[in-house]
Ligand binder design. Structure first.
Ligand SMILES: Nc1nc2c(c(=O)[nH]1)N[C@H]1C(S)=C(S)[C@@H](COP(=O)(O)OP(=O)(O)OC[C@H]3O[C@@H](n4cnc5c(=O)[nH]c(N)nc54)[C@H](O)[C@@H]3O)O[C@H]1N2
Ligand SMILES: Nc1nc2c(c(=O)[nH]1)N[C@H]1C(S)=C(S)[C@@H](COP(=O)(O)OP(=O)(O)OC[C@H]3O[C@@H](n4cnc5c(=O)[nH]c(N)nc54)[C@H](O)[C@@H]3O)O[C@H]1N2
Ligand code: SF4
Ligand SMILES: [Mo]
Length: 679
């Protein structure tokens, strides 16, 4: 029988509402919801094909235990007992913080909540984190410090009415297609201005009012330069600054030095372009800042984010409709994973683990004592900890660090040293190969729950079919495992009950009962059962009261090209693939378009190297080396190159630098130095 189930797309943070079409227990297609406020009858190519990977024969169907280097099938009970024994033994010998947990932005809010509950209530450690560390950790830190809340300030619908887009470090039309299409419509049909600041040519470049191709990693200088011009021209919003912000004099003092001549020299952007961008942005009221990984994935990621917040406050472009600072969250549920406290420093709703009253509240709610009071380790610190012995055992749910973490050789060395590794996934990933126990999870199509999209919209995921073999939803696995560990307050008869618990301990989600999430969800803050949700933040007052200007000086990236490693490498993604390709690589239409890894280089460099389009190149950094096909294109500047990080067959992360931002601990995935040779 053919059935249609309304759910939320598994791929990006746009949070599209789609129907999964199933025939018996097999998914046969998808279809966009006509009425979903983001989707409105359209999906991108990934959404249209989101039914395929789940049907693959290579799905994990049974728990696996490694013996003498080989996996064998095991029962759930045997697997749970082994993990419990290893984790508890590690803690007895090496202390509570010798174990760690990676949660997953691919799983539901309820599952992220249970992962952090498992870590904190059962194992008494705050060593719980997830891929936001590689993604928007700098947003969470930078916007919390300036505005008091680290989320997208405005909603996706507002892109349809904005008059100016200030896009810095976001390939929006490729990576957030349903937001990108609104930008394109507004620019083409309504004459909205598009100010693009991106070192690389992207699809949006063609229609940009101005495209400043600044040098990678010079964003703080660029933004300070724009603020210098705005103040010099008297275009700052004096009333907003006076009424709603603090620390303005420090900002004014710092940006004094960033005159157009100086900034042009650092960034490579002509002075006229700087002036044009500053004037258009400052004089258009409905002007939205949009950013993503080009801003966050730097050792100065937090500084970059603070600088975006500074320029928005300087011009009074926040707390109003169709404006604000809009970090586009990447994974379908990375916003939710952060909201649920799958972070080493906070419980749900960003309530700090260091606050005794907060801990007391959770101790009471969970029926436990002595919740850990010290901040835990981040993803990158846990990986290092496996190498040094500080961390003995790691439980990974729905992440694939062998492909997604920087400096792959280092990651593999650390995973090999791990005393005990558990991987819970839908496929046997390159990371799972290093595991001692592998647990089979149900995919998004096989379970109920909620996700929270980039516009803070908490919406339903619904079960369409049964999971293959003995695979189970992550929430059920975590509950059963906790019980084997001696804690039975994580057994629920379904995600609805888990959300009921979440609403009682999380102020932003207090009104998010399942009955209220029909049909397309609500955006937080949603403070009680009658609260309508919130489309844009910081109206009248910032989440922290006054907004704080946080002026930052420009600092160079950690590793820039020199004589030997003379190319700048930047990494990122492409339209057709999603991250480590476990899902998109198992999807015919997507895989057909981009089946092999490659490196983009400029035609001038290709001539110098004597390589043509499709020829072979060896790319080497201080950390590793890769052979790749050359794609010769003027998308990248001379002496720069770009490699998508999707491919285990040609993993960009063998080259990348694991230097981190000191505040947010996010690695510098967007800049490192390499040399390139013809093979
Ligand atoms: N198809 C597809 N869609 C996805 C994903 C995917 O894997 N595939 N992943 C999702 C996830 S988790 C995320 S986080 C988002 C990411 O979405 P994006 O951040 O849009 O994607 P990226 O390719 O990482 O990089 C964005 C842009 O930053 C630019 N850039 C590089 N260095 C700099 C710099 O120093 N300064 C500035 N200003 N710009 C720079 C790049 O040229 C690129 O255009 O996409 C989400 N959507
Ligand atoms: N060089 C470089 N590296 C990068 C980036 C970059 O721009 N450049 N970007 C970084 C960013 S922004 C991100 S977000 C990370 C992403 O890094 P990861 O999160 O490690 O990448 P994914 O491929 O999304 O991994 C998700 C895993 O979850 C599994 N999965 C899917 N559904 C479920 C489920 O329901 N349950 C369970 N248990 N598992 C499931 C998938 O099979 C997959 O293995 O990569 C980062 N790495
Ligand atoms: S835009 Fe994002 S959420 Fe929408 S269909 Fe495409 S991948 Fe899915
Ligand atoms: Mo991400």
């Amino acid at each position: 029988m053919i059935k249609k189930t309304l759910t939320s797309c598994i791929y990006c943070g746009c949070g599209c509402g789609m129907y999964l079409i199933s025939d018996g227990n097999k998914l046969i297609g998808t279809q966009p919801s006509e009425n979903h406020p983001v989707t409105k009858g359209s999906l991108c190519v990934k959404g249209w094909n989101a039914h395929e990977f789940g049907n693959k024969k290579s799905r994990l169907t049974h728990p696996l235990i490694k013996e003498n280097g080989k996996f064998r099938k095991a029962s759930w009970d045997e697997a749970y007992k082994l993990i419990a024994d290893k984790f508890q033994t590690a803690q007895k010998k090496h202390g509570n913080d010798s174990v760690a947990f990676f949660s997953s932005a691919k799983t539901s809010n309820e599952e992220n909540y249970l992962m952090m509950k498992l870590s904190r209530a059962v194992f008494k450690t705050n060593n719980v984190d997830h891929c936001a560390r590689l993604c928007h950790a700098s947003t969470v830190a930078g916007l919390a410090a300036t505005f008091g809340s680290g989320a997208m300030t405005n909603s996706i619908e507002e892109f349809e009415r904005a008059d100016c887009f200030f896009i810095i470090g976001s390939d929006t039309s490729s990576q957030h297609p349903l937001i990108g299409s609104r930008i394109i419509n507004s620019v083409k049909n309504r004459g909205a201005k598009l100010l693009l600041m991106d070192p690389r040519k992207i699809h949006l470049s063609q229609m940009a009012t101005v495209h400043a191709q600044h040098k990678n990693g010079t964003d703080v200088a660029l933004l300070n330069g724009l603020m210098h011009i705005i103040i010099r021209e008297g275009l700052e919003d004096k009333k907003f600054i006076e009424d709603r912000t603090e620390n303005y004099n420090e900002l004014k003092e710092l940006v004094k030095d960033y005159n157009p001549q100086y900034v042009s020299k650092i960034t490579g952007v002509p002075q006229e372009q700087l002036i044009e961008i500053a004037k258009i942005y400052a004089t258009t009221r409905k002007a939205m800042i949009v950013y993503s990984m080009g801003i966050t994935q730097h050792i100065t990621g937090t500084d970059n984010v603070k600088s975006c917040a500074n320029i928005a406050m300087l011009t009074g472009h926040v707390g109003i409709e169709c404006a604000g600072v809009n970090p586009l969250r990447g994974q379908n549920n990375v916003q939710g994973a952060c909201d649920m406290g799958a972070l080493p420093v906070c419980f749900t709703s960003y309530q700090k683990v260091t606050d005794e009253n907060v801990r007391k509240k959770f101790e009471k709610a969970w029926g436990v004592t002595n919740l850990p009071a010290e901040n835990g380790l981040t993803v990158t610190e846990v990986v290092d900890g496996l190498g040094s012995g500080k961390v003995q055992a790691l439980y990974i749910m729905g992440e694939n660090p062998v492909v997604s973490d920087p400096n792959q050789n280092h990651v593999i060395e650390c995973l090999e040293k791990a005393n005990f590794l558990v991987v819970q996934d839908i496929f046997l990933t390159p990371t799972a190969e290093y595991a001692d126990v592998v647990l089979p999870a149900a995919s998004f199509a096989e379970k109920d729950g909620t996700i929270t999209s980039t516009e803070r919209r908490c919406e339903r995921m619904r079960k369409a079919i049964d999971a293959p073999g003995e695979a189970k939803p992550d929430w059920q696995i975590l509950g059963e495992f906790a019980k084997v560990c001696g804690y039975d307050k994580m057994m629920y008869d379904g995600p609805k009950k888990i959300m009921d618990e979440i609403t009682t301990v999380s102020p932003h989600y207090a009104g998010m009962k399942y009955s209220r999430l029909e049909p397309f969800g609500l955006s937080w803050p949603c403070l009680d059962d009658n609260h309508p949700g919130t489309t844009y933040l910081h109206k009248d007052k910032f989440a922290k009261g006054k907004g704080t200007f946080m002026p930052r000086p420009y600092i160079e990236p950690n590793e820039l090209p020199d004589e030997e490693y003379n190319f700048l490498l930047s990494t990122g993604r492409i339209y057709w693939h999603f991250h480590t390709r476990t899902m998109s690589g198992n999807t015919t239409t997507l895989e057909r378009e981009a089946p092999v890894p490659y490196v983009e280089i400029n035609p001038a460099d290709a001539r110098e190297l004597g390589v043509r389009n499709g020829g072979k190149l060896k790319v080497t950094s201080r950390r590793g080396t890769l052979e790749l096909i050359a794609t010769v294109t003027d998308k990248v500047c001379v002496k720069s190159c770009f490699i998508p990080f999707h491919y285990i067959e040609g993993p960009a992360n063998i080259l990348t630098n694991n230097a981190i931002d000191p505040v947010a601990k996010i690695p510098e995935l967007k800049v490192c130095a390499v040399k390139i040779e013809k093979v």
